[in-house]
Design a protein around this ligand. Structure first.
Ligand code: UDP
Length: 234
């Protein structure tokens, strides 16, 4: 497994080839970016928290029948995952208004929604990941109708499972982003589930335990990641 070719380097992870053509090794970094790469920094220990947390949650999701890319954790920062062809859509689920949703629709952060909601962004750094609807995604050939339907079904299932799980550790799941991939003939959950990709609020104090602390220069960024990690008990 040593000295394998790096096939991709992203903002927060590096991806390496393995001896198995259907699998890749993902290595989590401490580098943090926000606002499409405009803001850069380091969150010490983030790679470890995100790797271990994501793996732990993917295992819970697998138990609920949701297919994921998770294969095997190799070390605190490295994991073997199934090699997928990523569907170029960010799938965002919201349980309460926050962030870009609050801004776009003029609703206070933390306001209740009548129901959980889903939106897509087109994964394209040059364009700044613009909001995209189902028809546009189909028209651009980003995914098929059957794939979009399956992605939506799985995303809401992930939401139900994660809401229930986070409740047990006194965390409210405000919103989160998922990415899906094609693996052979099916759609599976890929990428990560971590404080980088979720808004996690303490149930009692509403204190933010996620990347908003970095995005908004709120301080105690490392402490927030570690607090989530501590509550997971892994
Ligand atoms: N998110 C993400 N990556 C992105 C954009 C958003 O992981 O490139 C997550 C973000 O952490 C939040 C949710 O998706 O949990 C909704 O983000 P929003 O659209 O409100 O964007 P923001 O306010 O961060 O610009």
């Amino acid at each position: 497994m040593m000295n394998k070719e790096m096939i991709y380097e992203g903002k927060a992870k590096r991806v390496f080839a393995t001896d198995h053509e259907d699998e890749v090794l993902v290595s989590y970094k401490d580098d943090a970016t926000a606002f499409n790469g405009e803001k850069k920094g380091t969150i010490v220990g983030k790679g470890v928290v995100n790797n271990r947390m994501s793996n732990y949650l993917m295992k819970i999701l697998e138990e609920k029948g949701i297919p994921t890319h998770y294969v095997k954790e190799l070390s605190e920062r490295d994991t073997i995952v199934k090699k997928v062809d990523i569907v170029p859509l960010e799938v965002i689920i919201r349980n309460k208004a926050c962030g870009s949703f609050s801004k776009r629709y003029g609703v206070k952060e933390g306001s209740e929604l009548k129901c959980a909601t889903l939106e897509f962004s087109y994964k394209n750094d040059d364009l700044g990941d613009p909001l995209i609807n189902r028809f546009h995604a189909l028209a651009l050939g980003l995914a098929s109708e059957a794939e979009l339907t399956e992605i939506e079904r799985l995303a809401f299932l992930v939401n139900e499972t994660l809401i229930a799980y986070f409740q047990t550790i006194d965390i409210e799941l405000v919103d989160f982003k998922l990415e899906f991939g094609r693996y052979h003939d099916s759609i599976i959950l890929a990428d990560e589930i971590s404080p980088d990709t979720c808004r996690l609020w303490d149930i009692h104090t509403h204190s933010r335990l996620d990347k908003d602390r970095f995005r908004r220069d709120m301080g105690n960024v490392e402490e927030a990641y570690l607090e989530v990690y501590r509550r997971l008990g892994i």
